[in-house]
Design a protein around this ligand. Structure first.
Ligand SMILES: Nc1ncnc2c1ncn2[C@@H]1O[C@H](COP(=O)(O)OP(=O)(O)OP(=O)(O)O)[C@@H](O)[C@H]1O
Ligand SMILES: [Mg+2]
Length: 284
């Protein structure tokens, strides 16, 4: 990976009352990656997004986004970043299409890009419906469409699939990959480790306002793979879990040579297991 940070956070500290919500965070996000903040409820995920998007000020430390200090953003920064949070309001009494027209005017975007975008998020056939008649998943997709209307360089997504059905979740994941492939940097938060493993190039494990670990899901999984194990299924349907040893490798070789093996898997820890090992707590 090249060293080309698009977001740089140093010793970021924020407290509400006496309780630190963010306790000296240090991390950077490279241009073009999908970076995930993974942590349980109350870990500080939304607070971080709010600071990085200029909606909240920190107590100390710094956050630099696209070369600008988040405490002194100029208005035009919002032409380059898109934000999807839970309270991203839509105009409930306007048609879906007209919601996007309103934002296209604000962003000086071309109205011609609205229809392809509605198709992309699967809402083209619903474009002439009032937003108040939309399901939660449809609203979430419309908010996402609005956030990418101005082709942002960075897209911030706060739990983009929380409360969304599996079909829509899959569509949103596809869209996130397409955006990344077209050069958008994505910063997302989630408490869903399967989502983080699937989507993110790198994740930060956030616990009680502190980063406990940072790395690619695969590197973290291998780093915490303390006990190498294999799960095998033999031809007679016997299922076994074996610790790595010379004896195990001998057995596996024998099964392979004698056509006794149906399936074999190594058992690396999931991000959920890593989280538990590192923080001593479960994600949910
Ligand atoms: N406006 C606020 N006033 C007081 N405390 C706050 C405020 N916003 C957040 N907090 C506290 O800061 C901590 C971090 O909250 P935050 O919303 O960032 O967590 P989160 O990781 O986004 O959680 P969730 O998964 O539930 O969305 C929590 O202890 C929360 O209670
Ligand atoms: Mg949150």
């Amino acid at each position: 990976m090249t060293n080309n940070p698009i977001i740089e956070v140093k010793q970021l500290y924020k407290s509400f009352g006496n309780e630190p919500a963010l306790n000296n965070l240090d991390f950077s996000v490279e241009k073009g990656e999908i970076f995930g903040f993974l942590g349980p409820s109350g870990a500080g995920k939304t607070t971080t997004i709010k600071i990085l998007t200029g909606q909240l000020n920190q107590d100390s430390g710094s956050a630099t986004v696209l070369g600008s200090n988040s405490q002194h953003f100029k208005e035009n920064i919002y032409e380059h970043i898109g934000v999807v949070t839970h309270d991203s309001g839509l105009y409930e009494n306007l048609l879906a299409y007209n919601n996007l027209v309103t934002f296209a005017r604000i962003f000086n975007s071309d109205k011609k890009s609205i229809d392809p975008l509605l198709k992309r998020v699967g809402l083209y056939n619903d474009r002439n419906k009032l937003v108040k008649k939309f399901s939660q998943g449809m609203k979430q997709r419309l908010i996402l469409a609005r956030a990418i209307l101005n082709r942002p360089e960075i897209l911030f997504l706060d739990e983009p699939t929380n409360g969304i059905d599996p079909g829509t979740t899959k569509e949103i994941h596809k869209l996130i990959f397409e955006l990344r492939d077209s050069g958008t940097t994505i910063f997302l938060t989630t408490h869903n480790m399967t989502e983080a493993t699937k989507l993110c190039d790198r994740v930060a494990l956030l616990n009680d306002g502190k980063i406990a670990e940072i790395g690619s899901p695969q590197d973290l999984s291998l780093k915490y793979n303390k006990k190498i194990q294999f799960k095998v299924l033999l031809k007679d349907n016997e299922s076994l879990k074996l610790n790595d040893s010379e004896e195990t490798r001998g057995k596996i070789n024998w099964w392979l040579e004698n056509g006794e093996l149906q399936t074999i898997h190594s058992c690396e820890p999931t991000l959920e297991d890593v989280f538990l090992q590192v923080t001593g707590r479960k994600l949910k």
